[in-house]
Design a protein around this ligand. Structure first.
Ligand SMILES: [Zn+2]
Ligand SMILES: [Zn+2]
Length: 120
């Protein structure tokens, strides 16, 4: 995580590794030696992170905590079933689609056979 702060000399926006807090660095803008403040903007970043998890379309996976869409049937992270209704819906949907495809092939096949038998 980065710590963001303004250079006390030239007010330049700076971003450094949080692990560098308390260290002395040279400002890339004014070349003055400045101290990286400890946890200057960490609270703000934590709040931004909280907003992300509150996305109404996403929910954390109960197994691995992966952020997954509520519409998803399974978790892309661990494969856990998220919504039984969604899984059932997709199973029924693909089942009907496959049945219709098979029926269409049978109908086309028999109509072709029928046409051939009537032509000759
Ligand atoms: Zn500066
Ligand atoms: Zn998961």
């Amino acid at each position: 995580m980065d710590t963001k702060f303004n250079c006390p000399r030239c007010n330049q926006n700076l971003s450094v590794e949080a692990s560098g807090a308390g260290m002395l660095v040279n400002c890339p803008n004014c070349k003055e030696q400045i101290e990286i403040p400890r946890g200057a903007v960490e609270g703000k970043e934590a709040m931004e992170g909280k907003e992300e998890t509150m996305n109404p379309k996403l929910m954390p996976c109960p197994d691995c905590g992966h952020q997954v869409s509520k519409q998803a049937a399974t978790c892309p992270g661990c494969g856990r079933r998220i919504s039984f209704a969604n899984a059932m819906f997709s199973a029924i949907f693909w089942g009907i689609l496959a049945a219709m495809l098979v029926a269409a092939i049978i109908v086309l096949f028999f109509s072709a056979v029928y046409q051939l038998s009537t032509l000759h």
